[in-house]
Design a protein around this ligand. Structure first.
Ligand SMILES: [Mg+2]
Length: 336
């Protein structure tokens, strides 16, 4: 990774090898959780056990039914596609900008938006979305009578914990700005900010936010967030009922999956396999969980079989290098 560390001694800050390993861990964790989680997406736990009697562990074991065979084995889904749209918009603009992200998202939508969620689809089809994305998503949220709080913004948010990770107010602002391009509900915004706060703190100083700190962040947005934070710590994973039909796709459900691994997992692989074998919205749950675990334990902790199993690994590597470079330049130029 030496090529990212050669900006000269005159600069104020430089990413350490450990931080670069964590950034890579976030991005690869996101993609691997998403790609392997597809194997159990929309199954309940009984179906998971039927199709994978010994548990799903490898990309090659993913069953090829009508839902899953739309993707090449080892490909990620819309969660990581949209995370890469965020990275692309930052690489183009050198900053977080909701209009630039809206453009990238729209471009993706006009290509092959495999797995696109209902809320994102509705918002993207709203007239003048590209000009006024926040107004479009607010409109769709109002149409739902303020009820829609799906996980479609949380699923892509991890990479915003990396950009300007040294400034918690900026991380919060950037996260809010990008979440609201498609998801206006405060429960969505709160779950995104909790996730990026966890990631930025791990990256800055390996600091793990406490339950009380997370509740305090969540309460700025919605008081019901606290009960999901408490549940993710106090309950065993089965009690989170990630495969429950009525709540599948709910942002706080996906948040609790991510938080459960944050508090309870002992390794990247253990967390990944536990989450995906619960079924439910498994690609999203695992994308969130594994982006957090990838930051916590680092890229070097991820078994090679998962990295090498990513079908678009080369594309991800190229994008990751460019993003690390951009983060490093931005970090070097801040005034102490
Ligand atoms: Mg997906």
């Amino acid at each position: 990774m030496k090529d990212f560390l050669c900006y000269g001694t005159e600069l104020n800050n430089m990413l350490t090898e450990n931080q670069i390993d964590k950034i890579r861990g976030t991005i690869y964790g996101q993609a691997i959780g998403d790609a392997l989680g597809l194997g159990t997406e929309f199954m309940d736990k009984k179906q998971v056990q039927k199709h994978y009697p010994f548990g799903l562990k490898e990309f090659s074991e993913i069953i090829q039914d009508s839902h899953r065979k739309r993707w090449i084995v080892g490909d990620w889904t819309d969660d990581t596609d949209q995370a890469l749209c965020i990275i692309d918009s930052i690489l183009i603009d050198g900053k977080v900008n909701e209009l630039s992200f809206a453009d990238q998202l729209y471009k993706w939508f006009n290509g092959t938006p495999l797995g696109i969620g209902k809320t994102v689809l509705q918002v993207l089809q709203t007239p003048q979305f590209r000009k006024y994305p926040h107004k479009a998503s607010e409109f769709v949220w109002k149409l739902s009578k303020y009820k829609t709080a799906s996980n479609g913004a949380l699923m892509r948010t991890s990479v915003l914990g990396l950009w300007e990770f040294w400034d918690k107010e900026k991380v919060k602002m950037n996260t809010e700005q990008i979440c609201k391009v498609t998801h206006y509900d405060p429960r969505c915004v709160g779950s995104c900010v909790i996730t990026t706060s966890i990631i930025s703190n791990l990256l800055l100083s390996d600091r793990r936010l406490t339950k009380e700190e997370l509740i305090s962040i969540g309460s700025e947005y919605d008081n019901t967030i606290a009960e999901y934070i408490n549940a993710s710590i106090e309950n065993n994973l089965e009690n989170l009922k990630l495969d429950e039909k009525e709540t599948i796709g709910f942002t706080l459900k996906a948040l609790s999956a991510g938080l459960w691994t944050y508090f309870n997992s002992v390794s990247f692989e253990e967390g990944l396999l536990k989450i995906i074998n619960e079924g439910g919205d498994a690609d999203t749950n695992a994308a969130i969980a594994c982006s957090i675990l990838g930051t916590k334990y680092g890229y070097n902790s991820i078994p090679l079989k998962y990295i090498d199993g990513l079908y678009y690994k080369d594309e991800l590597e190229e994008k990751t290098k460019k993003y690390i470079n951009a983060i490093n330049i931005s970090y070097a130029n801040i005034t102490n």
